[in-house]
Design a binder for this molecule. Structure first.
Ligand code: 9MR
Length: 367
């Protein structure tokens, strides 16, 4: 009997004990996605310089990559406005030689400001934005696929006018910091894809539903005023323990796409805090959530990019988030248990979620 790829993947999924030894034995998500009009990749950062096996996984699987932290102002300009570009130079060099299209992320974010920024006058903060965005993008012009220029503009619980996220950029300039950052970015590298990135919209809770209309209005305003905005990024840190409605989210993505922007899924992973300790059960739940979400939203042709926020539990950011272990205990779980939030485990072995993502990508062409 000859199995075509779909039947083969379905057969694999049906085999509960399926555990391929390494990523090479599984569908290559980067090339599979390419066949379906999608750029697939992952976040990574300086760990790739020392972790050869992770570097190999990133190189073999990713057509696109996001630098997780090193372009953020608190990393690049730790002690003042003068940047230390040594690490970012190496990251760009790595991606260029590995032929991975690279994105810098969260250049302008009201969260995590460096201490020195907080003591500046409004005028100096505006100048710092111009310098950080202009100098950083300008330095790598022609070598980067694009930039997450502004990250997470909204956070209605901060109770600022318009639902904006509180922080030094908003305090100094009001919401005008957003078009300003995009204008500086476009001048520094006219070819780079410029992205506005937002969190929570995938959730169908009060927070997600309060961010969506505000983001839609902002994107419409930016486009109508002629700002160069190529794509809107949705993080998709999926939280299955909160309400969600993938169809409603897909409808919202359709409204965003109608404003003539691409859609990028920029930080894909699944928060497993509400799931049982049992690894087999958790892996199945994570895989199911990945597959259902992606099957729904990948039907939208303007979804062009899918980036995981790391490819392995080895580098899961949940491990360092102070609220994560606490949330597991509150749910009656073992707070010392290993995270199962990503597509491969701590030993870089693909999990059920890897194949679930492959199936969802394959289904894209059916629509
Ligand atoms: O994964 C990132 C973690 O290592 C950093 O400490 C943190 C603060 O800079 O940011 C994490 O990435 C965030 C991303 O930049 C924006 N969306 C939420 C991500 C997870 O917190």
């Amino acid at each position: 009997m000859i199995l075509n790829r779909r039947t083969f993947l379905a057969a694999l999924a049906a085999t509960a004990a399926y555990r391929p030894a390494d990523a090479a034995a599984t569908p290559n998500l980067g090339s599979l996605a390419e066949q379906h009009g999608l750029l697939f990749g992952s976040a990574f950062d300086r760990e790739i310089f020392t972790d050869a096996s992770y570097r190999a996984l990133i190189k073999s699987s990713c057509r696109i990559g996001s630098v997780e932290n090193s372009f953020k102002i608190d990393w690049l300009r730790r002690n003042g406005i003068t940047a230390d570009f040594r690490i970012t130079d190496r990251l760009v060099q790595f991606a260029n030689s590995a032929k991975i299209a690279l994105r810098g992320t969260a250049l302008v974010w009201n969260d995590w400001p460096p201490t020195w920024l907080k003591s500046l006058s409004a005028r100096e903060v505006a100048a710092a934005l111009d310098r950080h965005v202009g100098e950083t993008i300008g330095r790598y012009a022609g070598r980067m696929q694009g930039w997450g220029v502004v990250n997470e503009p909204f956070y209605p619980p901060h109770r600022q006018t318009g639902g904006y996220r509180k922080g030094p950029w908003l305090e100094a300039m009001g919401p005008s910091y957003i078009p300003r950052a995009f204008k500086v970015a476009a001048a520094a590298d006219p070819q780079a894809k410029l992205v506005l990135n937002e969190a929570f919209c995938e959730q169908d809770d009060e927070l997600g539903r309060s961010v969506r209309p505000r983001l839609l209005k902002l994107v419409a305003e930016l486009k109508h005023s002629g700002v160069k905005l190529d794509a809107v990024g949705f993080q998709a840190h999926l939280k299955p323990h909160l309400p969600y409605n993938d169809q409603a989210f897909a409808t919202f993505l359709g409204q965003i796409a109608a404003l003539d922007v691409d859609i990028y899924i920029t930080e894909f992973d699944v928060d497993d805090e509400g799931m049982p300790d049992d690894i087999a059960k958790r892996d199945r739940l994570v895989a199911d959530r990945c597959e259902k979400f992606l099957r729904t939203i990948l039907t939208i042709p303007r979804v062009k990019v899918l980036i995981c926020w790391h490819l392995s539990d080895r580098y899961s950011w949940y491990k360092d988030a102070d609220w994560y272990a606490r949330a597991i205990s509150e749910n009656g779980g073992d707070p010392t248990r290993k995270v199962r939030t990503h597509l491969t485990d701590g030993e870089l072995r693909p999990k059920l979620a890897w194949d679930a993502v492959a199936r969802a990508i394959e289904a894209r062409s059916e629509h």
